[in-house]
Design a protein. Structure first.
Length: 400
C-alpha cells in the first residue's frame, strides 16, 4: 500500500537504524534522510512518502524548519511526526503550528510509536479517499457544467428576448417580397415621374422629392430585411448546441461585430457603444460559435451592470477594442457600470458563483474554459477611476 511508505529523518545514525528495524518489522517501506534539507527535498515532490518521522534538531535545516517550508510551499501531503527531547506545552504548540501533525518525546516508546504510526496510516488513507472523492466530485461538476452550457445560453438569450421580439417578426418573408415588388414597380414608375417633372405637372416639388427619396426608401427596406435575417442567423447559431472541436479561421473583428449584432436590441436603448477595431483582421483558429458566446456573455453582463447603476434613466458607456500584442490578439471590453467588489472579483471565474438572483454562475466560468481551450486567457480588472471594469480576451494569432 502506498500509505505504508515512511521517511525517517534523523541525523543520529544509531537512532535511525533502530527506527528502521522497528518500522520494517511493522511492514513499512523505509526512506531515510540524514538532515532536514534532505528530508525537505524528499518530501517536496508530487508523490512523497505519506508519513514522515522527523527529528526536531538536525543539521542544515531543523525538522521544524522543514515542516514550515513544506507548509509555506504547499506540500501538505505528508503526515509528519516530530521526535524531540523537548516536552513543554510551548514546544508542542510550536511543532504543530509549524506544520507537524503529531509530536513525540524522546526516548521513543516503541508501542506508542507503533500506535501513532497506525493513526498516521489511517489518517493518510482517509486523506487519499477524500482527495479521490474531491476529484470525482470535480469531474461530476464539470460534466454538469457542460450539460448546462446550452441552458446558460438560453438564460443569456432570455434576458434579451423581450427587447428583440419586435425585430424578429414572422412576416419577414412578406416584407422581403414587398420591397422587391416595390423595386420592380419603381423601375417602371421612375421614367414616368421624371416625364411628369419635365412636363406640366403642377406639384413638381413633390415629384422631385419622390424621385430622390423613393429609391432610398427601397434600399432602406432591403438593408433592414437583410439585418433581420442576419440577427436570426446569429441567434440560431448562438442557440445551437455545439460540442464540435472543429476550428476555423476567424477574425476577432468579426467576432465583435457578430456579438454586437446579437446584443443590438438590448444595448440600443441603454448603452452607447464605441468600437475601436484593429485595422488588421487579427485572425485566430477558433470555434466561432463558442467564441461569440464568450463575447456575448461579457457584453450582456456589462449591459446589466450598467442598467443596475442607471436604472434605465440615462445611457451607460461601453468601449470595445481589438488590437495586436506581438503574436497575440486581444479583445478589450470596458463598461462604466461600476467597479466589481474585490470579494466578487476573487471568485468571478468560479463555477456556480453568481450575484444574480436568477443567474447560473456558469457564464464566466464556461467562457474561461472556452478561451483556455483556444490557447488563450481572460482577465478582469477595475480601472483606477472606480467606475470602469475591463475584461480582456487574449488569443494566439495565426501566422503571427
Amino acid at each position: 500500500m502506498i500509505t505504508k511508505r515512511v521517511l525517517i529523518a534523523e541525523d543520529d545514525k544509531m537512532t535511525r537504524i533502530i527506527l528502521r528495524q522497528q518500522l520494517k518489522k511493522w511492514g513499512y517501506e523505509i526512506f531515510e534522510a540524514e538532515n532536514g534539507q534532505q528530508a525537505y527535498e524528499m518530501l517536496a515532490v508530487d508523490s512523497p512518502p505519506p508519513i514522515a518521522v522527523m527529528d526536531w534538531m538536525m543539521p542544515e535545516m531543523s525538522g521544524i524548519e522543514a515542516c514550515k517550508k513544506l507548509k509555506n510551499n504547499g506540500y501538505n501531503d505528508t503526515y509528519t511526526i516530530i521526535l524531540t527531547s523537548k516536552d513543554s506545552s510551548a514546544d508542542i504548540v510550536e511543532a504543530l503550528e509549524s506544520g507537524a501533525d503529531d509530536f513525540m518525546s524522546k526516548p521513543v516508546n516503541s508501542a506508542v510509536l507503533h500506535s501513532r504510526l497506525n493513526v498516521a496510516t489511517r489518517t493518510t488513507e482517509y486523506r487519499n479517499k477524500l482527495a479521490t472523492y474531491a476529484r470525482e466530485m470535480e469531474d461530476l461538476a464539470q460534466q454538469r457544467a457542460e450539460q448546462l452550457v446550452h441552458a446558460d445560453r438560453l438564460v443569456t438569450i432570455g434576458t434579451m428576448a423581450s427587447s428583440i421580439v419586435h425585430e424578429i417578426n414572422n412576416p419577414l418573408s412578406v416584407i422581403s417580397s414587398t420591397y422587391q415588388i416595390f423595386g420592380q414597380y419603381w423601375q417602371k414608375l421612375e421614367p414616368l415621374v421624371q416625364s411628369a417633372i419635365d412636363g406640366d405637372f403642377k406639384d413638381k416639388e413633390f415629384l422631385s422629392y419622390v424621385l430622390e427619396e423613393f429609391p432610398q426608401m427601397i434600399e432602406s427596406m432591403k438593408n433592414n430585411v437583410f439585418r433581420i435575417n442576419k440577427i436570426i442567423s446569429n441567434l440560431k447559431s448562438f442557440y445551437r448546441r455545439d460540442n464540435s472541436d472543429e476550428k476555423v479561421r476567424y477574425s476577432l473583428n468579426d467576432c465583435v461585430a457578430n456579438s454586437l449584432e446579437i446584443c443590438h436590441a438590448k444595448l440600443k436603448n441603454n448603452v452607447k457603444v464605441n468600437t475601436d477595431l484593429s485595422s488588421e483582421p487579427l485572425v485566430i483558429l477558433a470555434n466561432s460559435n463558442q467564441l461569440d458566446q464568450v463575447v456575448v456573455n461579457i457584453i450582456v453582463n456589462a449591459c446589466e451592470a450598467i442598467l443596475d447603476k442607471t436604472h434605465g434613466d440615462f445611457m451607460g458607456n461601453m468601449r470595445i477594442r481589438t488590437l495586436r500584442e506581438h503574436d497575440k490578439g486581444r479583445i478589450i471590453i470596458e463598461n462604466d457600470g461600476g467597479a466589481i467588489p474585490q470579494a466578487v472579483l476573487d471568485k468571478v471565474w468560479e463555477s456556480f458563483y453568481t450575484t444574480k438572483e436568477q443567474g447560473t454562475g456558469l457564464g464566466l466560468s464556461i467562457s474561461m474554459d472556452i478561451v483556455k481551450a483556444h490557447g488563450g486567457k481572460m482577465l478582469v480588472e477595475n480601472l483606477p477611476d472606480g467606475m470602469t471594469v475591463r475584461f480582456s480576451i487574449i488569443l494566439p494569432l495565426i501566422g503571427a
